[in-house]
Ligand binder design. Structure first.
Ligand code: MN
Length: 257
């Protein structure tokens, strides 16, 4: 058997499991809230066009609308000012090979349970590597925080001084880019940056450094607790929106049972 025949067989037998890392698109799912002087991200909306009735007797369908950055979604380099001149930086231009690749999961769930502002630092990454080996070049790195198990207010976790949720420090994300040359970085929270990421230098360092380096982001991921630390394959193909800066998408992982 060639490798694709083996894979097909392994999926059929359950030796390889497909894990859904996607939240359901739902008007109630929170979107990022920026300070009021800025434009805002739209929630998912769905409008019935017909439902086997006089508007269309044999069919049901909906019109939908949302931001490029609503729900489980992909961030392209053109999303950030640092990546505005990156070649092939929009979702319609990214080479499709980038949408399938190796992933590693850094489990920060214990730290995030103890501290809403838990930081992914180079020391945390080195400690993970001491146990699981060096992060392979061109991998997706997913930060597990179990934040996806929250819903409603605790998901954004807004306080008087803004949202509080875990994320990487400037040094943490730079380590992944400069020292490990990752493909992209994914989180369970509403952004690749910490809730308080505006207060780092530079502000929103994950967005700034990832996209400036032509790397990708994934956010609002789910079910990271079902993934092994290494060895799984991520499939994340955004919609082919002309000049799109991101896209909601279905994110899947293939995992050896
Ligand atoms: Mn985004």
């Amino acid at each position: 058997m060639n490798s694709l025949e083996s894979l097909t067989s392994d999926i059929a037998t359950g030796a390889v499991r497909i894990v859904d890392l996607t939240h359901t698109l739902d008007p109630d799912f929170p979107v990022i809230i920026l300070p009021p002087e800025f434009g805002q991200c739209a929630r998912f909306r769905m409008e019935e066009v017909s439902a086997y009735d006089h508007r269309g007797p044999a069919w049901k369908w909906h019109n939908i609308s949302m931001s490029e950055h609503t729900g489980t979604h992909f961030d392209a380099p053109s999303h950030w000012i640092s990546g505005r001149d990156v070649p092939n930086g929009s979702v319609d231009e990214i080479p499709v090979e980038a949408f399938v690749g190796a992933l590693v999961v850094i489990d920060c769930s214990a730290g995030a349970a103890a501290d809403d502002d838990y930081e992914l630092t180079p020391d945390v990454i080195r400690a993970w590597e001491a146990e699981h080996g060096k992060i392979p070049e061109d991998s997706w790195v997913l930060m597990r925080t179990d934040w996806s198990k929250r819903s409603g207010e605790p998901y954004l976790n807004m306080r008087e001084d803004g949202p509080h949720s875990p994320g990487p420090t400037p040094d943490g994300i730079r380590f992944l880019i400069d020292e490990r040359n990752i493909r992209g970085f994914g989180t369970e929270t509403v952004g690749t940056d910490a809730g308080q990421g505006a207060h780092y230098v530079p502000p929103y360092p994950a967005h700034y450094f990832l996209h400036g380096a032509g790397k990708y982001g994934l956010q609002c991921l789910a079910n990271l607790d079902q993934l092994p630390p290494t060895g799984a394959i991520l499939m994340a193909a955004p919609l082919k929106i002309k000049n799109g800066t991101g896209s909601p998408l279905r994110v899947l992982a293939m995992v050896n049972r």
